[in-house]
Design a protein around this ligand. Structure first.
Ligand SMILES: Cc1cc2nc3c(=O)[nH]c(=O)nc-3n(C[C@H](O)[C@H](O)[C@H](O)COP(=O)(O)OP(=O)(O)OC[C@H]3O[C@@H](n4cnc5c(N)ncnc54)[C@H](O)[C@@H]3O)c2cc1C
Ligand code: FES
Ligand code: FES
Length: 1341
């Protein structure tokens, strides 16, 4: 029976929203319930500071703070950081929304201290992540009422923010300056050349009161929540305020007729990615009964509508009261420590997590193990249905719930205080911060001591519950039964492992893959649990028990140190650490990126129509249904291309629109243009394409080798006599190493706006590309127009890393064709998952080697064969292979060398340039060879490195003489400053005394040749204008994407012109100002553009010099100088040009190539590995880098740290996984599985080194670049391989302890899976049997 209801008639409900944004009241009467807060801020309020980086809660670029009044009596206001991309606009009724614009503005000169410090301490590079970071910090600082947060609070609060540029250290330095306990940071005597985290915090110590908070609107203090009903065009939104009202609504709209929403973190993802259609949303955020948190003598009562943040805070309170709860509070707290992100925990509910029934929920295993019972209510029954969580899950996303039921609470029984009951939770994920568990577990056991002589503890009951091991949270019921009555010993644990493995079989088709690793983790967790219980019982075990495995690792606070040599006295500006010229615009959100630009009247929105099949003939395209979508304007395909449909660089082997064959999933077949972005997405998904699948379809390097599917011929490079070299060698070794690809994960995805004009056939493009001139040329080709009619503008881009060199261009050409066809401006913004799926990655490589060497370990001969997976078009793959071949020697001498390379053609999106450009793959191979030889000879790898080091004057295998060769000196200095020898001994000692945690330390050099291999690219132009008031505009051919290029150019101009830096600005890069510019990349842009800017400024300066002193011999001001020059009719504009001298085209047939010079460096990296799980931490990293005489030391250090962390990502956690018919059969062939922050993990805040020391080499001159500097964008990324080899050293230590001292191959990335499986032991043996010493997890190559 339906109860008597208090459900209000919809007519009496509030039908609009009332809220504040940055102190301004908004009453919104025209709301669509599907609007997210972010969409509303950006599109309706034009507050574009908050960015759209992913749209799935995984990057934090959209972070805003939401404040609301929660306690009328105490006046308490709650401040929460939330992801604007997930929060429904409707959820902010009664709230104060604070965005980055609300904190402060450059234009209003009212910067908030968070914005100032982040800018001044180099916490932003491209600036795209910065508004989100500012807001996260603001949230942390404001939510710790009346006090400053601790450093721990600050480090943890960034778990929902990603930054791809900085490497995080400078952000944390700035953030820690707000902490209450900075005195705990290590500090030494201050020195002008050294700056530590402590020093930076001290800069602000006098200002350290609680920073200003945006005032909470008075009116909202009187806000009384009332029922809301919003009727949108497609969806209705209800917000009931009582349980009765909610139950009645659910009864009215049962099952699929409505969707309950709390945090919307699941529902939004389903709507976006799983096409969840729902016409009625019922918000359950204001129901008192769902928000209860109580502890009685026998249970914990948790309302289903509590957020994880509230839950965490209550659990901590209960935990601190130290009442015997059998471990439940601790177990849940441990899990919450690594659960989602702060932003997600602030809004997501316990009930939402349970009802989502995700097989990889981290909470449900703990609740199951604790015997939780759910309380379900419904309107047509007064009885509350109780169901044990153990019976609730039926399958993925399926639960035992009646259509009109609502989950109200979760009751967790507390154990009898006299019983010996233990509960623990475990989780291992791809990354620590904001990463769902690969496997998570909740274990509970109740024990009783036997009366026998040995006083054994016997099992009374046990519960093992797992996430990530089946299609739902699963308990091992059979195992549990079998264990009852047995004693708590290692033998029982071994039996438990065997039973569990039998009960939870996983095979290669299991979604998520990694079956062997997951089965190993299960045992590792069990062993940790066993160790924990033994320790708590004070019972010894067969194994020496270590606290380190029984209790979770506590990560200390990180800190850094930078050492900068003195700048030359002769320079006033160049060489100073001028802050990034856009830093304040970044921190205030006032920096404009492509998608922030306002639309012109009449602008249309585009969405790409992409192939859903690889290697398929397009048989038919049907736009019938798509064209019915309201707002549909046109569909554009190859038949609409007015010029050439052939495209791409360096050879035209692609099509603008696939005309008959789609080579890969993600090939552009067409474009849909509509009046709105949403219509365009909807319509693009409704275009129906019929395909005929072709064969053979090739995805991997192995496939390509079998089918001989290559681009061009084999490329080779050879020096000396290989055959004789091997014949004479005292030893030879051979092996193969694989390295996976890498996604650029620039924070700003690809976007563009194209404005066609009938006036002289002009087309204007606003792009996010590193190569505006190439885009200009290719658009002209497709449109059949002269290049002069196309103008490309790039103001700034939110990260690039090579990913926007060529692959940003194909979508822009397609949009240009569309804009010209419809005769209206058209814009495109790629969603993150599409961007990742279609724009290519770093190339995976297979590298086989044979090395000959002496007894001592001196290399004589090297034979290398490399294959790269280029995808379906050539793009830059050939030159990337060539660079890999040039860099294969790293810093070592191989007298006889042969390198052969093949570029494999596969049915994947075309792979492309990425910071390091072939160098990383080569470094991995070269250093693997070093380690292989060292293991074979039982010598330390560093001895082999030193022994084979190149010397000044040596000639490389491509004929380049080494000059200004500093690597030997760098190694000496670094060895000393890092205390390498002593620390190596300490690592050995640690490994002797720790069985399951191992450390590794590696010292490794690198050199990086600077300069384009093709001579013609090594040129640049600049244009300098000085206006009558003395202000200066510099334009050059380079693009600013965070690397500080514009800042360096401004300091060069200021140095030469002799004016203040604030007089100079760079507005944008544009093809109508500086023509024919080379792509910004190859670490050479400061060299080339710097010389061109200098050249232009020198010409003007020379003209100005005659006015330098006035008649009275007094120096005149810059303004007067310019004024006089103007009135004397002096040209205040100049064009500069530079072409690097003495460079020639690489000619591999002659074994010749040239680089301008080498940037050099070395790193010492020390790591600690949990051998049972594969989890690791970078304990300390020391880097010494030769950047010549730095143009800007802090910017260069930013490049070093950012590159290092990006490389750490490549070599450890960033794993591209695609379906390939063989290794990952659970994924559709050719489809990229890891295409968003949820599945693809770049390093986050808690992955950085605990102690990071970066130094710039002193007394280094470089006559071959501007102001004696060196290019720095890419070189330091090579040093990140030291992290890979340090981790390998840790695995070696574990294997040796297990009795396995033979060499083993570790492929890259060294994911937690690979590291764990390399740590061969009894657990891996159980799952891999005979193979366990050589087992290699599946990869995508
Ligand atoms: C970036 C990100 C990271 C994440 N990381 C993790 C992680 O590390 N570990 C993990 O386990 N999970 C993780 N999650 C999943 C997350 O925990 C869940 O999305 C969240 O708990 C759902 O809560 P919600 O309030 O947002 O639910 P909603 O999205 O509002 O609702 C989810 C579902 O539950 C239903 N529902 C909600 N409440 C009730 C109720 N009281 N009665 C009946 N039905 C109800 C809704 O109708 C809907 O079907 C992550 C999610 C995101 C987006
Ligand atoms: S855009 Fe919201 S988290 Fe990425
Ligand atoms: S500065 Fe953080 S992503 Fe670029």
């Amino acid at each position: 029976m339906v109860k008597e209801t208090t459900h209000q008639a919809t007519s009496t409900m509030k039908n609009h929203l009332t809220f504040y944004v940055n102190g301004k009241e908004i009453i919104e009467r025209h709301v669509e319930p599907e609007w997210t807060l972010l969409w509303y801020l950006r599109n309706k309020l034009k507050l574009t500071g908050s960015k759209l980086g992913c749209g799935e809660g995984g990057c934090g670029a959209c972070t805003v703070v939401i404040s609301r009044f929660i306690d009328r009596h105490s006046g308490e206001i709650e401040h929460r950081t939330v992801n604007g991309c997930l929060a429904p606009l409707c959820s902010v009724d009664g709230c104060h929304v604070i965005t980055v614009e609300g904190l402060g503005s450059v234009n209003k000169s009212n910067l908030h201290p968070i914005q100032t410090r982040l800018a001044e301490l180099f916490g932003s590079q491209c600036g795209f992540c910065t508004p989100g970071i500012v807001m996260s910090l603001y949230g942390t600082v404001t939510s710790t009422t009346n006090s400053l947060p601790t450093m721990q609070d600050i480090e943890e609060s960034f778990d929902g923010n990603l930054c791809r540029c900085t490497g995080y250290r400078p952000i944390l330095d700035a953030a820690k300056s707000f902490a209450s306990d900075t005195n705990k940071l290590p500090h030494k005597e201050s020195s002008p050349s050294i700056s530590t985290t402590f020093d930076k915090c001290m800069l602000f110590v006098k200002q350290n009161s609680i920073p200003d908070q945006i005032e909470f609107p008075q009116k909202l203090k009187h806000y009384i929540p009332q029922s809301i009903h919003i009727k949108g065009s497609l969806i209705e939104w209800y917000r009931p305020v009582s349980l009765n009202e909610l139950l009645h609504l659910r009864h009215t709209y049962p099952g699929d007729a409505s969707k309950l929403v709390f945090g919307n973190t699941r529902v939004q993802i389903q709507r976006k990615f799983k096409q969840l259609q729902c016409s009625c949303l019922i918000a359950i955020t204001h129901i008192e009964e769902l928000q209860q948190l109580k502890r009685t003598t026998d249970s914990l009562y948790l309302g289903a509508g509590i957020t994880f943040t509230c839950l965490k805070s209550k659990l901590s309170e209960w935990y601190n009261e130290k009442i015997n709860d059998g471990g439940i509070c601790q177990a849940l707290l441990d899990q919450l420590q690594r659960f989602a992100s702060t932003q997600i925990r602030n809004v997501a509910s316990l009930g939402g997590n349970i009802i989502s029934a995700s097989p990889i929920s981290d909470i449900n295993p703990v609740l199951q193990a604790a015997g939780a019972v759910l309380e379900l209510h419904r309107a047509d029954s007064s009885a509350v249905r109780q169901i044990s969580l153990c019976e609730f899950f039926l399958g993925q996303g399926r639960v035992s719930m009646i259509d009109n039921e609502v989950l109200v609470a979760i009751r967790i029984p507390l154990p009898n205080p006299s019983s010996k009951s233990f509960l623990r939770s475990y989780k291992q994920s791809r990354r620590r911060d904001d990463s769902k568990g690969i496997v998570s577990a909740g274990f509970q056991v109740e024990l009783q001591q036997s009366n026998s002589i040995d006083n054994q503890w016997n099992i009374i009951s046990v519960c093992f519950s797992f996430g990530g091991m089946a299609s739902r949270t699963i308990m091992t019921k059979n195992t549990q039964q079998e264990l009852v009555g047995l004693s708590w010993t290692k033998t029982t644990m071994n039996k438990a492992c065997e039973l569990i493995l039998k009960e939870m079989p996983l095979d290669e088709m299991s979604p998520g893959g990694q079956p062997e690793y997951r089965r190993t983790l299960v045992q590792s967790f069990l062993f940790k649990f066993y160790a924990y219980v033994c320790l708590e019982l004070r019972q010894s075990t067969d194994d020496s028990i270590h606290l380190s495995i029984a209790y979770p690792y506590h990560r200390p606070i990180s800190h850094g140190q930078q050492t900068i040599p003195e700048r030359p006295q002769s320079q006033k500006v160049v060489g100073s650490s001028l802050s990034h010229r856009s830093a304040y615009l970044h921190t205030t959100g006032e920096a404009i990126y492509g998608d922030d630009m306002p639309s012109l009247v009449n602008t249309l929105h585009a969405a790409l129509v992409l192939s859903t099949q690889p290697n398929a003939r397009i048989k038919h395209i049907d736009i019938g249904v798509a064209s019915q979508v309201p707002g549909f304007v046109s569909f554009i395909s190859h038949t609409d291309v007015p010029g050439s449909n052939k495209s791409a660089t360096p050879i035209e082997d692609e099509e603008v629109f696939a005309s008959s064959i789609a080579h890969c999933i993600g090939a552009i077949i067409g474009v849909v243009v509509c009046e709105s972005e949403e219509s365009a997405y909807i319509a693009s998904n409704l275009v129906k394409i019929e395909y005929e699948l072709l064969t053979p379809t090739i995805f991997t390097i192995e496939d390509a080798i079998i089918h001989e599917s290559y681009f061009g011929n084999e490329i080779s490079l050879q020096q000396g006599d290989i055959d004789k070299g091997f014949a004479d060698a005292e030893h030879t070794l051979e092996a193969t190493v694989w390295i996976g690809g890498q996604e650029h994960f620039y924070m700003e995805t690809q976007c563009c706006m194209v404005i066609p004009s009938n006036d002289d056939q002009e087309v204007t493009l606003y792009l996010a590309t590193q190569s505006p001139a190439t885009a200009q040329q290719m658009v002209a080709l497709a449109l059949g127009r002269h290049v002069s009619r196309i103008t490309c503008h790039v103001k700034r881009i939110g990260g690039a890393f090579g990913g926007k060199a060529t692959r940003s261009i194909p979508p822009c050409i397609a949009i240009a064709v569309a804009a010209v066809k419809v005769g209206r401006p058209v814009r495109l913004h790629l969603e993150r998952h599409i961007d990742m799926s279609i724009t290519g990655h770093r190339h995976p490589f297979k590298i086989t080697y044979k090395v000959g060497f002496t007894d001592e370990g001196r290399f004589s001969t090297l034979d290398i064969q490399m294959w790269s997976n280029a995808g379906c078009s050539l793009d830059l793959s050939e030159s990337i292979m060539e660079v890999a071949m040039l860099k294969i020697d790293n810093c070592y001498q191989f007298h006889n060398i042969r390198i052969r390379g093949r570029v494999c053609k596969t049915h994947l999106p075309s792979n492309t340039a990425f910071r390091g450009y072939g160098g990383l793959q080569a470094t991995l191979a070269c250093e693997t060879i070093v380690e292989h030889v060292a293991t074979y000879l039982k010598r330390d790898p560093f001895t082999i490195r030193r022994l084979n080091l190149l010397k000044e004057g040596d000639i490389t295998h491509y004929g380049q003489k080494l000059e200004q060769w500093h690597v030997p000196r760098i190694l000496d200095e670094l060895s000393q400053s890092s205390d390498f020898i002593q620390r190596k001994l300490s690592v050995d000692e640690f490994n002797r005394t720790n069985k399951y945690r191992k450390r590794g330390i590696t010292m490794m050099p690198a050199k990086y040749g600077i300069g384009f291999l093709a001579q013609f690219y090594n040129q640049a132009g600049a244009l300098v204008h000085i206006y009558k008031d003395g202000s200066v505009v510099v334009t050059h051919g380079g693009v600013e994407f965070g690397q500080g290029l514009h800042t360096k150019m401004i300091s060069i101009a200021a140095e030469v012109l002799g004016c203040d830096v604030d007089r100079i600005r760079i507005s944008e890069t544009a093809t109508d100002k500086v023509p024919n510019a080379s792509s910004t990349g190859a670490s050479v842009s400061s060299d080339l553009n710097g010389m061109a800017v200098r050249h232009a400024c020198e010409q003007i300066r020379e003209r100005l010099n005659r006015f330098l002193v006035d008649k009275n011999n007094a120096h005149i001001s810059w303004e007067d100088l310019i004024n006089q020059a103007y009135h004397a009719r002096i040209d205040l504009c100049a064009r500069g040009f530079y072409a690097t001298p003495d460079m020639f085209d690489a000619d591999f047939s002659q074994n010749r190539a040239t680089v301008n010079y080498f940037t050099q460096g070395a790193a010492v990296t020390e790591v600690e590995l949990d051998a049972l799980t594969g989890d690791w931490h970078l304990l300390r990293v020391d880097i010494l880098m030769d950047v010549g005489t730095s143009l800007n030391p802090q910017i260069d250090i930013g490049q070093i740290e950012g590159a290092f962390m990006q490389g750490v990502g490549l070599f450890t956690m960033e794993e591209l996984i695609w379906g390939d018919n063989k290794r990952h059969r659970w994924i559709k062939p050719g489809e990229l599985f890891s295409r968003g922050p949820d599945t693809y993990k770049i390093p986050s805040f808690s992955d950085i080194p605990l102690d990071l020391r970066v130094s710039l080499l002193s007394d280094s001159k470089n006559p071959r670049a501007v102001y004696s500097s060196k290019g720095i964008g890419e070189p330091p990324i090579l040093l990140s391989a030291s992290a890979f080899f340090a981790l390998k050293q840790a695995c070696i230590a574990y294997r040796e302890q297990q009795g396995f001292s033979d060499y083993f191959t570790l492929h890259s990335p060294a994911t937690v899976e690979r590291l764990r499986m390399a740590c061969a032991d009894e657990f891996t043996h159980r799952v891999c049997l005979d193979e366990y010493l050589t087992f290699q997890p599946r990869g995508s190559y």
